[in-house]
Design a protein around this ligand. Structure first.
Ligand code: BV8
Length: 259
């Protein structure tokens, strides 16, 4: 695995050459890409899971048995998203797509920031926090229509049961698998940005691309299971951009544009 940091760009030219020669590049993003927009991630120190243990707040069983508990997490998450804007890392992915240098983004994020940055082909595997969903009758509505969201749980106007933000909880089926299969089919370069790669099935996509001969470029402030496998000593990641993605994606983009 080659490493690139802001101060050590030794391997950057090689990464650029590989990207330029790729026929189908795709991005997989996680909460880390939105940290520089002011939204905490989940698993870093101080992250959301320190305050809301996922098994206690973020499973579909908890929502069904004690919806008010899951709503504590939803309110906190909703507050953290208010007024947040895309950062340069989201911007680079949108520019690459508009220049036909990226086929699309698979995101685990629910914050809509890729779309706000201008990305068009975005698959939200864990849903979107902007809508409310009734898991009982399937009704969907915009969260904005629920004016008392901050104080009460939203009730479905059709069946009168508790609704939840249209965000996938543990134990629920993920979204968009058909679109994801289409995006990953023939993908020969995957940008993996700001994810700890611990939640499945998204965590499996880099290995899937790798198995078919694709290259993995990872952008993260910390090594993950993809960049350091304690069992085999081998890494799935080919190029590890070590640092903040809001700095390193623009650095990579500028090098690509001037190549
Ligand atoms: C499903 C909801 C069946 C709340 C979330 C074993 C194998 C396979 C699967 C399983 C398994 N055991 C259990 C499962 C199932 C389970 C799972 O994966 N469990 C794990 C924990 C083992 N998965 C499910 O239940 C999923 N559903 O499998 O259904 C199925 C499967 C296929 C087909 C049909 C059906 C549903 C998962 C739902 C996950 N929902 N939360 C909410 O979001 O409101 S989890 C939560 O984690 C978020 O949703 C988030 O999207 C997801 C992933 O986290 P990350 O985005 O990676 O964030 P994290 O904080 O972990 O990491 C941030 C990273 O950024 C760090 O590495 C950090 O260093 C880095 N970073 C920080 N700042 C920066 C940065 N990097 C760069 N620059 C920076 N500035």
């Amino acid at each position: 695995m080659r490493q690139i940091t802001e101060s050590n760009r030794n391997n950057l030219a090689e990464a650029v050459e590989l990207y330029s020669g790729a026929s189908k590049a795709v991005a997989l993003t996680g909460a880390g890409i939105s940290v520089e927009s002011g939204i905490d991630d989940f698993r870093s120190p101080g992250g959301l899971w320190e305050r809301f243990a996922p098994e206690e707040y973020a499973t579909i069983k908890v929502f069904q048995a004690k919806p008010e508990k899951a709503w504590k997490l939803y309110r906190e998450m909703g507050k953290s998203l208010l007024g947040k804007k895309p950062n340069p890392a989201h911007g680079v992915l949108a520019k690459l797509e508009s220049q036909k240098l990226l086929h699309g983004v698979i995101t685990q994020n629910i914050d809509n920031l890729h779309q706000l940055a201008g990305s068009k082909n975005v698959v939200e595997i864990h849903g979107n926090h902007g809508d409310l969903q009734c898991i009982y009758c399937g009704h969907l509505q915009s969260l904005k229509e629920h004016v008392s969201y901050k104080k009460n749980m939203a009730l479905c106007p059709i069946c009168k049961r508790e609704m939840k933000p249209n965000v996938v909880l543990f134990g629920e089926n993920v979204r968009g698998l058909d679109e994801i299969s289409t995006l990953l089919y023939g993908c020969d370069l995957l940008l993996v940005v700001g994810t700890s790669a611990q939640v499945y099935p998204a965590a499996y996509f880099p290995e899937q691309v790798k198995q078919f001969g694709g290259k993995i470029f990872e952008f993260n402030t910390e090594k993950t299971g993809l960049s350091s496998c304690s069992v085999t000593g081998k890494s799935v990641t080919d190029f590890f951009f070590h640092g903040r993605c809001g700095k390193l994606l623009p650095l990579f983009y500028e090098a690509l544009m001037s190549s």
